[in-house]
Design a protein around this ligand. Structure first.
Ligand code: BGC
Ligand code: NOJ
Length: 814
């Protein structure tokens, strides 16, 4: 509790101590303009693509960490003392510091020497700009003369180039200043038609656009010379490092409050209207000025904030639950849902752990993200699925990622991961179950982004499935390719060269190494595809999928079972991985979790055994680890997994993404207590009390928590952008609470803890509001449903025949 607390009513996390163990961040923006913002105003902004259209600069891996941000300074013009109300960068001892991270906005402020100041940062819906509303109140008994400085450092658009290509970049910076607005227009003279702007609602006493002029020589953002002097220098940047800094002077009576609005934004001009006058090199500002003017008005800013609130209210309102567990409620109703949207928007690009230049949208990642957000943004999920499918290769294979700006697949972070294609089936299936929109399957969709190659989306699914069938290994299990879900199980890599990427190096075109995990995924995807095919009345095709699934199950039973649990893989020599015969890495979570999730071994005791083995060998108080025993040294035949010290990441860390697979598997066996117990171990809110150990934000999931072999057992890393968000949401909502979408409608199949008297929930689904209440009358998981007072057969609630828009569903569990 030391660093803050949840304010559930306002859907905020309130940080009350600025020096959190790590920057605790939030996201601004939910459509095209985005920013990350830390609890001390660190972070940066970008338009659509964190790598290619970066507006402001940030210094990753810096000391002190979290450098570069949306920094405000206040200066008492009498005492000449200056400070930052957001603590960073000056790090003064503040009174009543607080940072409220909310849904799409952050408010940071404090009081210092009787001057109270708060800044509310947010991105209005449908605009490519962010608003900083700075409210200052004089709490002194006497008049105060305060200079306010707002500052940002521009990035020269391509964040990677910006961080490396100094010989060019230090000579290209250009700005214009006009009417209290600073325009950043580097490269506008040539091929770019876009620029950034930073505007102030109140007249400025001065500005700076050259970093050196503002900071002074050999100084950092903690002590800008111009702020110290109390006067900006009206510098115009030519080259070097363009910044935007405004100075506004305020005289405040005792008790007086004033607000200044700063607007930072991005604008594109039509190519033929770039300059004004035409033929000059001056930005044409006619189109952007009305937008700037609009949002500099505090009333317009307030109205935009209200609309943002309503937007989140309506998204979160689609599913709300009230259970006996506050941590479940908080994550399901607020934070996990919110994280699902951030993950969907960002994929794995920009966070405190993803630099925004490393990765575009992952094929497998984005397909899985659909599970957590399709109920909120079905139209965008549809578009994402079609974009993903459009990068699929004619073989059915997939690029591992595509860049959001170009929407073209690339091999920058590797290719040939043999699980990738199958996730498309799961993503599309989740979309169909949510929306019932079968038209998506007929959508003409190209292969490899090639115009002319279009085929219905359905054919992409067929090819995804066939991709596995055409790539089976010696035991009849799927060949693993470069790797499967576990990027670091590189069975065909054999890298002994320092620095060589495990993800992109191809040392062997493997025809031997096989994955039991992909077999489980294939079984699940095959069942889903068969269900889709039979709804399309392709009965023979559906039967052939089920036949292939049954064969794969037999192969798993024969060659993928180790006696007490499912094997993980066979390596390039055909040697078992994840077997009791192994010295290290005897048992893995992925194959066991996913095979049971897919229904393998439910009837012959294998599933129960596998789950018992997970509990015995892999479960810890901080979550379930990837494998045991951890690899204690580097194995050439295993690759990156054994490059991590024991307990970290894929080498026996708690990979939070994988835990919900086991939770779902537990529900398939009816084990509600165990499922929810696992859920709680990694639930960030339930871990808030151990923030000193956990270190990452207590309101969102992290990708991993150090496993028991690590000295820092229980410490989280890589928060925010992880498949963990979608999978935990899906596990708790659809499998534990059991409010599940199916092709035939909404199913209610709770597998909740025995000591829960029940729960209530509201779900908007296909245009109808379902008011659900579940009451426990016995210990089991059998449910009897009444819908608007009438008992129904089975547990799929039929859509109301008479057009009712609100339906009451009551379930009795016995
Ligand atoms: C990480 C994986 C990640 C992969 C690709 C590896 O170093 O351990 O979690 O998926 O890189 O970026
Ligand atoms: C992170 C990647 O984004 C994801 O695709 C992968 O499955 C996990 N790491 C495990 O390696």
């Amino acid at each position: 509790m030391k660093f803050g607390h949840f304010d559930d009513e306002n859907r905020e996390y309130v940080i009350t101590q600025p020096d959190t163990p790590l920057p605790w961040i939030n996201y601004l923006g939910c459509q095209a303009y985005f920013g990350i913002i830390s609890n001390t105003a660190g972070g940066y902004s970008f338009y659509r693509d964190a790598r290619l259209r970066r507006l402001t600069r940030y210094r990753y891996n810096n000391a002190p960490m979290d450098s570069g941000g949306r920094y405000v300074y206040l200066r008492d013009d009498e005492s000449r003392e200056f400070w930052s109300p957001s603590w960073q960068p000056t790090r003064h001892e503040l009174k009543d510091y607080s940072c409220r991270h909310g849904m799409g906005y952050t408010v940071i402020g404090s009081t210092y020497n009787g001057i109270e100041a708060h800044t509310r940062y947010f991105v209005p819906l449908n605009e490519n700009l962010e608003i900083w509303q700075l409210t200052i109140t004089n709490r002194r008994a006497t008049k105060a003369s305060i200079s306010t400085f707002a500052s940002i450092e521009f990035c020269l658009w391509n964040a990677q180039d910006d961080a490396t290509n100094f010989q060019r970049n230090l000579s290209i910076g250009e700005v214009e200043v006009d009417d209290n607005v600073i325009y950043h227009k580097t490269e506008y003279r040539e091929r770019r038609n876009h620029f950034a702007y930073f505007a102030s609602s109140l007249p400025c006493a001065g500005f700076d656009t050259q970093r050196d002029a503002f900071l002074g020589r050999y100084r950092g953002w903690d002590k800008p010379a111009a702020v110290e002097a109390g006067r900006l220098t009206n510098s115009i940047a030519h080259g070097w490092s363009p910044i935007g800094a405004h100075q506004v002077k305020l005289d405040l009576e005792p008790g007086e409050t004033r607000q200044i609005v700063f607007v930072l934004g991005y604008h594109e001009n039509p190519d033929d209207r770039k300059f004004d006058p035409a033929g000059s090199q001056t930005i044409n500002k006619t189109l952007v000025k009305p937008v700037i003017r609009k949002y500099l008005d505090p009333a317009a800013a307030d109205a935009a904030f209200e609309r943002l609130r309503e937007y989140w209210e309506s998204l979160l309102g689609i599913f709300q639950a009230n259970t006996p567990d506050i941590h479940t409620n908080r994550m399901v109703n607020i934070w996990n849902t919110y994280q699902c949207m951030a993950t969907f928007n960002m994929s794995r690009s920009a966070s405190s752990f993803e630099s925004g230049i490393g990765r575009g949208l992952g094929f497998r990642d984005s397909n899985q993200d659909i599970l957590g957000c399709v109920h909120m943004v079905p139209a965008r999920a549809r578009e994402r699925l079609l974009d993903l499918a459009a990068t699929q290769l004619p073989t059915g294979g997939a690029y591992h990622q595509y860049q959001p700006l170009t929407k073209r697949g690339n091999n920058d972070i590797g290719g040939g991961f043999n699980d990738d294609p199958l996730w498309l089936i799961l993503g599309v299936s989740a979309y169909l179950k949510e929306t019932g929109d079968w038209s998506i399957l007929d959508e003409p969709t190209p292969f490899d982004s090639q115009t002319g190659s279009e085929a219905p989306l359905y054919e992409h699914l067929q090819r995804s499935f066939r991709y596995t069938l055409e790539r089976l290994g010696p035991h009849g299990l799927p060949l693993i390719g470069r790797a499967d879900w576990n990027d670091c199980l590189n069975l065909n890599c054999f890298s002994s060269t320092p620095g060589e990427s495990f993800q992109t190096t191809t040392n062997k075109d493997g025809k031997v190494a096989e994955s039991v995990f992909i077999a489980g995924l294939f079984v699940q995807a095959g069942r889903e595809l068969a269900a889709i095919a039979s709804r399309r009345e392709l009965n023979r095709e559906a039967a052939s999928y089920l036949d292939a699934v049954a064969k794969m199950e037999q192969v798993v039973n024969k060659h993928g079972w180790d006696g007490e649990w499912f094997l993980r893989a066979y390596d390039d020599l055909g040697v078992k991985i994840g077997s009791k015969e192994c010295e290290e890495g005897k048992i893995f979570i992925e194959s066991n979790g996913f095979c049971v999730l897919a229904g393998i071994g439910l009837n012959d005791g294998k599933a129960a055994k596998a789950l018992a083995a997970i509990e015995k060998h892999l479960a810890t108080k901080h979550g379930i680890v990837v494998q045991q025993p951890a690899y204690s040294r580097y194995y050439l035949n295993l690759g990156e997994i054994s490059s991590y010290p024991p307990g970290y990441k894929e080498n026996a860390g708690v990979f939070c993404h994988l835990n919900p697979w086991v939770m779902i598997a537990e529900t398939r066996l009816g084990h509600g207590d165990q499922a929810h117990d696992y859920y709680k171990r990694i639930n960030p809110s339930a871990r808030e009390g151990i923030s000193e150990l956990h270190r990452c934000e207590p309101y969102v999931y992290a990708q991993m928590i150090a496993g028991k072999d690590a000295p820092s057992f229980g410490e989280a890393k890589n928060s925010w952008l992880t498949g963990t968000a979608a999978w935990n949401y899906y596990a708790i909502v659809q499998w534990i609470l059991g409010v599940r979408t199916t092709l035939d409608g909404l199913e209610i199949a709770p597998v909740i803890p025995k000591n829960w008297p029940g729960y209530t929930a509201t779900r908007r689904f296909r245009g109808v509001v379902y008011k659900i209440s579940v009451a426990r009358k016995g210990d089991g998981n059998h449910i009897a449903l009444t819908v608007d007072g009438s008992p129904i057969e089975g547990n799929i609630v039929p859509p109301p025949a008479d057009g009712r828009k609100i339906v009451s569903v009551k379930g009795i569990l016995t």
